[in-house]
Design a protein around this ligand. Structure first.
Ligand code: RP5
Length: 163
């Protein structure tokens, strides 16, 4: 199981830390790279063209500002590409969101929230779970734990408000 985690700049990495951590928690090995659609277009295209052959199953591509990385990669591969818009400009990430999500027909990028590093990983794991049954079980457990923790927070709040 191999997921590529690509970012347009090393300055995006603080958001990607959650992505890498979450993938590892699910036992998925991330291949982490800095590759820019604008500053290293040839290397980014080569990576995308060879990704499937190199055993990558899903690509997570994060970029900010005029965020063309995910779309550019999607143009070079049939692998599913998850776009992660980074908040790195004066426009609060709206620029990144729109330039990642507004893909032309025929070349989709599954775009998560601005700075949604964790959700990018979970979505990748959900895609992989179609092939790897163990991941499906781990996702069920993850959801059950999340539900339990929210219900516990609800009970605690009720007690606090009563007391
Ligand atoms: C984008 O420009 C990168 O993805 C990053 O979010 C932003 C700023 O990059 P740096 O100038 O910090 O390298 O391409």
């Amino acid at each position: 199981m191999k997921v590529a985690v690509i970012m347009g700049s090393k300055s995006d990495y603080p958001v990607l830390e959650a992505t890498v951590k979450t993938l590892r928690e699910f036992g998925v090995q991330p291949e982490v790279r800095v590759l820019s659609a604008h500053r290293t277009p040839v290397a980014a295209a080569a990576f995308a063209k060879n990704a499937k052959e190199n055993g990558i199953e899903v690509v997570i591509a994060a970029a900010g500002k005029a965020a063309h990385l995910a779309g550019g990669i999607a143009g070079h591969t049939v692998l599913p590409v998850i776009g992660l818009p980074i908040k790195s400009s004066t426009m609060d990430g709206m620029d990144s969101l729109l330039s990642t999500v507004q893909m032309p027909e025929g070349v989709p990028v599954a775009t998560v929230a601005i700075n949604g590093g964790k959700n990018a990983a979970i979505l990748a794991v959900q895609m992989l779970s179609l092939k790897y049954a163990g991941l499906g079980k781990a996702l069920e457990q993850y959801k059950a734990d999340m539900e339990r923790s929210v219900l516990a927070a609800d009970s605690a709040l009720q007690k606090e408000l009563e007391g």
